[in-house]
Design a protein around this ligand. Structure first.
Ligand code: SF4
Length: 895
C-alpha cells in the first residue's frame, strides 16, 4: 500500500476472469476512485480489460445486502448464525451428514474455500460440498488428473507468446479472457510469422487474428484431436524418445484414435470441415516445434469433455510438446479463483490440497492434520446431482455462497423448484436481489470484492493477494468469518478459531506440505510460516513453492517427470462421443452458450456499471441469415427460443458469423434484468460421466418470431417491477433505469398502463397518435419519466413492418444521456419528446469502445474521412487505446 496525503494505492487482484490481473486501486475516504493495471503483476503487466477498468463503478452500496435476514425479517448476526447452525445440526441429527450441502463459488477466496471444505469434509462428515467451478473446468481437472496424476496446468502465459503455433479451441479468448488476447495480439504483431488457429463453430472476435479458422460442427472437437494423433503417427511426426521415456499407454491411445479417426478424410467428415483446412492444421502441428493448445469451456462443457481434454493432451505428449518454453496443452479457467478452489479441494470429488478419496492414506493424512472428528471417506454429490438431491428431498439444508445457481445451473427452473421445496436454504451474498436470494430462508450479507481479504490463484498457478481496502458495507462479514462462526456454533470450536485470513492461508500451506516429500506437486509449504505482515505484503507467487526446494518453476514437467506413481504421463485411450441430445424435427437447431465482452456471470456486479451495458444492453440470440430467412425472422425481431425444458424471449441478431443450424445466446441475463432470458433454463442436465460437467454448448431448441404489436422505451429515476408486457429488459444508467419493452397486445390506454406501474408527475408533456405515444414528466428541471411507444396495433398501422417499430422510436443512448441532464427550456422539453437533439446533430451509434464511449457511427465517419488503421482511429477518437477489448470490432469496421 502507498499513501499520499488523502489517497492511498492498494495492490489487489481483479475479481472476474481466470487471467487474474493485478489491479492498482486508488482509494480516498473509503471510496474506490480509480483503478489501473498493475505493471508489476506477471499476468497483465499493466493491462486491464474493460470489465477490470470499470471496477470502481461497481463498488457502490446500491443493491448490496447489508444485514442478516431470516424469512425476510432483519435479525442480528447472533440470531442468524444460531439459526443456520441449529438448522444444520438438527438436520444432520435427524437425517445424517449427507442431508446437508454447501454450494460454493469460484468467486470466493482460497481462505473462504478452505474453511468451508474443512467444515464439511472433516467436521460435518459429508463431501456434499461442490462449487460453480463444476460448470466451468471440472472436465479439464479430470483430464489433468488422468494424464499427469494430479490437476496440474503445465504452462504459463508466457508460453502463449513464445509459441510458433497457437491453437485456440473452444475459447473466444478476445471476449472471455481479454488481457490474454491482448498479449497474444502483441506477440503476433512482434512476430507475424507466429501462426494462430481458431477452432470454433462460430466466427468470434478471436478469429480477427487467426491465420486459420476451422468452423467445425458443434460438439465434434474430440474427433479433431484424435484425428491429429492418427495423423502424427502416420506422418512420422511422433517424438519416440519422449514417448518411450516419459509416457505410458501410447499404443492403446493411438489404437483408439485410429479406430475412431484413421484418416484426415474421416476426421474432416466427423468435424464437418473441409479436408484441406483440417490437413493444414495437422501439417502445421506436425512441423512446428513450439505449439500451445489453449482450451476452455468449448471443450469442457460437454458430455465428453474429459475425453476431449485428454485427446488434446495426448497430441502434446506424443510429440513431446510439453514442459518446454512455448509448448503446452493449456486449460484456461473461467473464474478468478477456480484454481484456488481446486487447490483446497472445493469440489465434491476432491479431498484437500490436491488429494482425493482414491487412497485411504490421503484420508488418514487429512484427518490427522485437521484433527477431524468426523472425517468423510467418500466423494460427495457433484453440482447437478446435488440439486437433484435437493429436489427429491435427500438434501434438506443447503448453504449457497457467492453464486447464483437459479440463473446459472442447467435446467435452471428445476433448480429454482428444488430450492423452493428445500427446508432450509441459506444464501451468503454481497447482493440483495438475485434469482437465488429470492429462494432463501436465510440471507447472510457477505463482504464484496473491495472489502474482502485473502488470496486467489489464476490459470498459470500464480497466487495473488486480493486486498480489502474498503470497510465492510453495512453489517456484512467475510465469508471465512461467517463459516467459522457457524462451525463454532455447531460445536466445532477447535479447528475454526481463526481470527485472520493469513492464519487460514498458512494452515492451508502447511497441509500442502504435510507428509508430502515430493509426492504431490501442489506444495506451497514455503509459505506456511508467513507472519501476518509477510502475508499482507505477499507478492504474486507461483506454485509449487515447497519448503525444501523453493523453485517456483514457470513450467511443470521440464524434466519429463509427472505426478503419477510411475513418474510417466498417461496417454489415455479416448473415445470422444457426439453430444447426447440430438436435434429433431421439433427442436432442429443447436443452441451454443457463452460470454459477451463486457459482462460477467449473472451481472450482479458488472450490471451495476452502466458503461458496461453500452456495448450490448439486451439479451439476444445470434442466428444465421439462412435460418433467419427460413423462419422469417428479421434482425432485431423479438423471438422465442424454446425446448421441452423452458423458453426465452430475446432479440434476434441475424449475422453471418453464426453458422446455419446453430444459435448462440449469452449466459448473463437473469430474471433481475429481463423478463425471460435465463439461457440455463433451456440446458439439459446432461453431464460428462467422469467430471460431472454439464453439456452447456449443445442444446437442441427451436425458434420462432413473436409478433410484437408495439415496442417501447421507458426511462425512470426509480427501479420498476412487474412490467405488464411480453418483453422487458432493464438497463441501469448513471442516473435511473432504462427499460426496453415490447408487447404482443397493445394496452387500451397508455396512460392507464403507465399508471399501473409508476406514479406520473402532473408536470408532463404528451403526444398521442394512432401509432405512437410519448410522455415526458419532470420534477423541476429534472426529467423524472420518459416513455415512448410505437405501435402497429391500430388497423391503419397494420401494414407497418415489425422493423419499422424500432425506427419509430428515438435512439435509446441519446435519450439516456438526456435523462441525466437538467432540462431548463421549453425547446429542450420538446426535443426530449421529439427524441432528437435541438441542433439535429446525429447520434454516435451503438457504442463500440466502452472505455471512451465511442460509437459505431463515429468510427465509420472517421474511416470515411481517411482513418485507415486502429492506431489512426485511436489518435483521432481514442477508441481502442485503453483496454483494447474493442479492437476486434474496430478492425471489423475497418475491413
Ligand atoms: S482480463 Fe479483464 S476480467 Fe479478466 S482478470 Fe483481467 S481485467 Fe479482470
Amino acid at each position: 500500500m502507498t499513501n499520499t496525503s488523502d489517497t492511498c494505492q492498494v495492490k489487489t487482484t481483479c475479481p472476474y476472469c481466470g487471467v487474474g490481473c493485478g489491479v492498482n486501486a486508488e482509494v480516498s475516504d473509503n471510496r474506490l476512485i480509480a483503478v489501473s493495471g498493475d505493471r508489476d503483476h506477471p499476468a497483465n503487466q499493466g493491462r486491464l480489460c474493460v470489465k477490470g477498468s470499470a471496477l470502481h463503478e461497481t463498488t457502490g452500496l446500491e443493491g448490496r445486502l447489508l444485514e442478516p435476514r431470516i424469512d425476510g425479517a432483519s435479525v442480528s448476526w447472533e440470531q442468524a448464525i444460531d439459526h443456520v447452525a441449529q438448522g444444520f445440526r438438527k438436520t444432520i441429527e435427524a437425517h445424517g451428514p449427507d442431508s446437508v450441502a454447501l454450494y460454493l463459488s469460484g468467486q470466493i477466496l482460497t481462505e473462504d474455500y478452505y474453511v468451508a471444505n474443512k467444515l464439511m469434509k472433516g467436521f460435518i462428515g459429508s463431501a456434499n460440498v461442490d462449487t460453480n467451478s463444476r460448470l466451468c473446468m471440472s472436465s479439464a481437472v479430470a483430464a489433468h488428473k488422468r494424464a499427469f496424476g494430479a490437476d496440474l496446468v503445465p504452462g504459463c502465459y508466457e508460453d502463449l507468446e513464445l509459441a510458433e503455433l497457437l491453437i485456440l479451441t473452444g475459447s473466444n479468448t478476445a471476449w472471455a479472457h481479454p488481457v490474454i488476447y491482448q498479449r497474444i495480439v502483441a506477440a503476433k504483431k512482434a512476430r507475424p510469422e507466429m501462426k494462430i488457429v481458431v477452432i470454433d463453430p462460430r466466427q468470434t472476435a478471436t478469429c480477427d487474428i487467426a491465420d486459420l479458422h476451422l468452423p467445425l460442427k458443434p460438439g465434434s472437437d474430440g474427433y479433431l484431436f484424435t484425428g491429429l494423433l492418427s495423423y502424427l503417427a502416420d506422418n512420422d511426426a511422433l517424438d519416440s524418445t519422449f514417448i518411450d521415456n516419459h509416457t505410458e499407454g501410447f499404443d492403446s491411445a493411438l489404437l483408439a484414435a485410429k479406430q475412431l479417426t484413421g484418416s484426415v478424410a474421416e476426421s474432416a467428415r466427423l468435424c464437418g470441415l473441409p479436408e484441406t483446412g483440417l490437413g493444414l492444421l495437422y501439417d502445421w502441428f506436425s512441423r512446428t516445434e513450439k505449439v500451445v493448445t489453449l482450451f476452455s469451456q468449448g471443450i469442457n462443457q460437454s458430455s465428453s469433455g474429459v475425453d476431449k481434454g485428454n485427446a488434446i493432451i495426448n497430441c502434446h505428449l506424443a510429440t513431446g510438446k510439453i514442459g518446454k518454453p512455448g509448448s503446452a496443452p493449456f486449460s484456461i479457467t473461467g473464474q478468478p479463483n477456480a484454481m484456488g478452489g481446486r487447490e483446497v479441494g472445493g469440489l465434491a470429488n476432491q479431498l484437500a490440497a490436491h488429494m482425493d478419496f482414491s487412497d485411504p492414506a490421503n484420508i488418514e493424512l487429512v484427518e490427522t492434520f485437521w484433527q477431524a472428528p468426523n472425517m468423510v471417506h467418500q466423494e460427495g454429490l457433484k453440482a447437478v446431482d446435488m440439486f437433484q438431491a435437493v429436489h427429491d428431498g435427500r438434501i434438506k439444508a443447503i448453504w449457497i455462497m457467492g453464486t447464483n445457481p437459479v440463473a446459472s445451473m442447467p435446467d435452471a427452473d428445476f433448480v429454482r423448484e428444488a430450492l423452493q421445496r428445500c427446508e432450509l436454504v441459506v444464501v451468503s451474498d454481497c447482493i440483495e436481489k438475485t434469482d437465488t436470494t429470492a429462494c432463501a430462508n436465510v440471507l447472510l450479507p457477505a463482504t464484496g470484492w473491495a472489502e474482502k481479504d485473502g488470496t486467489v490463484t489464476n490459470s498459470e498457478r500464480v497466487i495473488s493477494r486480493q486486498r480489502g481496502f474498503l470497510k465492510p458495507a453495512g453489517k456484512s462479514r467475510h465469508d471465512w468469518q461467517i463459516i467459522c462462526s457457524v462451525a463454532r456454533a455447531m460445536g466445532f470450536d477447535a479447528g475454526f478459531e481463526f481470527t485472520s485470513p493469513g492464519q487460514i492461508f498458512t494452515e492451508h500451506a502447511a497441509l500442502s506440505g504435510y507428509r508430502n516429500n515430493g509426492r504431490r506437486y501442489f506444495d506451497i509449504s514455503a509459505l506456511e510460516s508467513l507472519t501476518e505482515e509477510q502475508y499482507n505484503q505477499l507478492q504474486p507467487v507461483r506454485w509449487p513453492a515447497a519448503k525444501q526446494a523453493n523453485l517456483n518453476p514457470k513450467r511443470l514437467f521440464q524434466s519429463g517427470q509427472f505426478n503419477t506413481p510411475s513418474g510417466r504421463a498417461r496417454m489415455v485411450a479416448v473415445t470422444p462421443t457426439a453430444p447426447v441430445n440430438r436435434t429433431s424435427e421439433q427442436f432442429p437447431l443447436v443452441l451454443n452458450t457463452g460470454r459477451i465482452r463486457d459482462q460477467w456471470h449473472t451481472m450482479t456486479r458488472t450490471g451495476k456499471a452502466s458503461r458496461l451495458l453500452n456495448h450490448i444492453d439486451q439479451p439476444f440470440v445470434e442466428i444465421s441469415p439462412e435460418d433467419a430467412a427460413q423462419k422469417q425472422i428479421a434482425d432485431n425481431d423479438l423471438v422465442e427460443v424454446s425446448n421441452a425444458l423452458g423458453r426465452c424471449v430475446v432479440r434476434a441478431n441475424v449475422t453471418d458469423r453464426q453458422p446455419a443450424g446453430s444459435l448462440f445466446m449469452p449466459i448473463h441475463w437473469s430474471a433481475q434484468f429481463t423478463s425471460q432470458a435465463r439461457v440455463d433454463s433451456l440446458i439439459a442436465p446432461i453431464c460428462d460421466p467422469i467430471a460431472g460437467q454439464p453439456e452447456s454448448k449443445y442444446c437442441p431448441v427451436t425458434i420462432r418470431t413473436l409478433n410484437s404489436l408495439w415496442r417501447g422505451i421507458l426511462i425512470s429515476d426509480k427501479e420498476l417491477a412487474d412490467l405488464p408486457c411480453e418483453y422487458w429488459c432493464k438497463v441501469p444508467l448513471t442516473k435511473g433505469f432504462r427499460y426496453e419493452l415490447a408487447g404482443l397486445q397493445q394496452p387500451d390506454s397508455w396512460q392507464q398502463w403507465l399508471a399501473s406501474i409508476t406514479t406520473i408527475s402532473p408536470d408532463r408533456i404528451e403526444l398521442n397518435s394512432t401509432s405512437a405515444y410519448r410522455l415526458a414528466s419532470f420534477n423541476g428541471n429534472q426529467p423524472e419519466l420518459l416513455f415512448f411507444a410505437a405501435s402497429r396495433a391500430h388497423p391503419k398501422e397494420a401494414h407497418l413492418k415489425k422493423a419499422h417499430l424500432k425506427e419509430a422510436l428515438p435512439n435509446s443512448a441519446w435519450l439516456s444521456k438526456q435523462f441525466a441532464q437538467p432540462i431548463s427550456t421549453a425547446a429542450q422539453r420538446m426535443a426530449l419528446l421529439a427524441g432528437k437533439p435541438v441542433d439535429n446533430s446525429t447520434d454516435c451509434g451503438a457504442i463500440i469502445c466502452s472505455c471512451f464511449e465511442v460509437g459505431e457511427k463515429q468510427i465509420q465517419q472517421a474511416i470515411s474521412q481517411g482513418a485507415a488503421s486502429t492506431d489512426e482511429l485511436a489518435a483521432k477518437l481514442k477508441c481502442g487505446s485503453n483496454c483494447g477489448s474493442c479492437l476486434p470490432e474496430i478492425r471489423a469496421l475497418l475491413n
